[in-house]
Design a binder for this molecule. Structure first.
Ligand code: FMN
Length: 348
């Protein structure tokens, strides 16, 4: 049972929306994406309109290998934002990760909000979300109810040890996390995806996630929204939390290094990428490195706050940039981009 009050949860979520867009809480220049170059093909043997973004993920066809990374839920502004995100994702064929459903564990009314979103975008593919420290204390039957509330096609479990340590109301209780995941995977009705929240994955952690039936791991590495910085910003000035957040401002494994960690070994799960992805070109680089799907959080939030029209425009730009990257590497499909070796370290 989650004992946190709905008001406390909502207040924190509103802080997060505001602070995530503050420049100083973005780990700019640390994703490693600047060091990756796609290899230009001057004579692609295809026409631009033949380029296709269709792919496969979680054993189904996806029309686009990009998704909105988990963000909003459970606060007044959240319903409106989620409606905008869900409608735009439905129109563009992107998957949408919802923000933590933690509040629903203790507040049955919260499911009503999702019913409104579903009504606004009946066909959107939604991915549920819960933190590992909540999962450890929650029965699978309750997680199943979160899936049902959304009619989710997968459940994402987020790992955020740095954030939980610095967050004033944090719950840095991760003991038994792997066993909780193993338990969940065995009986949940939908695939389970594990993600970080901007600090990435080491090879050792990725190895521990093998063999338990996880369907995908989103590496969500360092280089974008930084939750240590954000929680430090929310803490009292001169407190140990705010001082530690400054010390740990660059903590994490970059998105590119996390991708290398994941693709240098044999995984029995799909590898997704996010963390500091800011353009369709960034997405193309990560797909070329072997990601199945690429997620955007902060840039999507910033567009969605300007309204649905602006969000749709931004998503179209990302798709266009990705298509250009395919065409100019001579790849007709995402599968070709993922398998032909069309990237290299940028020469200095
Ligand atoms: C406002 C905001 C709220 C977020 N809330 C969640 C959350 O509830 N659950 C989760 O798994 N990740 C959450 N994230 C993390 C993102 O899904 C993502 O992993 C991280 O922000 C890195 O992506 P970015 O650099 O594109 O922002 C949130 C991100 C933002 C910006």
């Amino acid at each position: 049972m989650d004992l946190e009050s709905a008001t406390q949860f909502a207040g924190r979520k509103v802080d997060h929306l505001r602070l995530s867009l503050d420049h100083k809480n973005q780990a700019i220049g640390l994703s490693g994406l600047e060091n990756i170059q796609l290899i230009h093909e001057a004579l692609p043997d295809l026409n631009f309109d033949q380029v296709s973004l269709v792919g496969r993920s979680l054993e189904r066809k996806i029309s686009i290998p990009m998704f909105v990374s988990s963000m909003t839920a459970g606060h007044t502004q959240g319903v409106n934002l989620n409606r905008i995100l869900a409608r735009a994702c439905a129109e563009k064929g992107w998957r949408m990760g919802v923000g933590s459903q933690r509040r629903e564990l203790g507040d049955a009314k919260a499911a009503h909000e999702w019913a409104q979103i579903r009504k606004a975008a009946p066909r959107v593919e939604l991915l549920g979300n819960l933190g590992i420290s909540q999962l450890i204390r929650t029965k699978t039957a309750q997680v199943e109810r979160l899936v049902e509330a959304l009619a989710a096609s997968a459940m994402i479990i987020h790992l955020n040890p740095l954030q939980e340590c610095i967050q004033p109301e944090g719950t840095p209780n991760f003991r038994g996390g792997l066993q909780a995941l193993e338990r969940l995977v065995k009986s949940l009705s939908v695939p389970v995806v594990v993600k970080e929240t901007g600090c990435g994955f080491s090879r050792a952690t990725l190895k521990r996630l093998r063999g338990i039936g996880v369907a995908a791991v989103d590496v969500s590495g360092l280089g974008g929204t930084h939750w240590g910085r954000i929680e430090g910003d929310r803490s009292d000035e001169h407190s140990a939390r705010s001082e530690a957040a400054v010390t740990l401002a660059d903590w994490g494994i970059s998105t590119v290094e996390s991708m290398i960690n994941a693709t240098a070994m044999k995984t029995d799960y799909e590898v997704w990428a996010s963390g500091g992805v800011r353009s369709g070109l960034d997405a193309a680089k990560l797909l070329a490195m072997g990601a199945t799907s690429v997620g955007f959080a902060a840039p999507i939030l910033s567009s969605a706050l300007r309204g649905e029209k602006e969000l749709l425009r931004k998503m179209s730009v990302f798709e266009y940039e990705l298509k250009i990257a395919l065409f100019c590497t001579g790849c007709r499909t995402v599968a070709e981009l993922q398998t032909k070796k069309v990237w290299r370290w940028r020469a200095r």
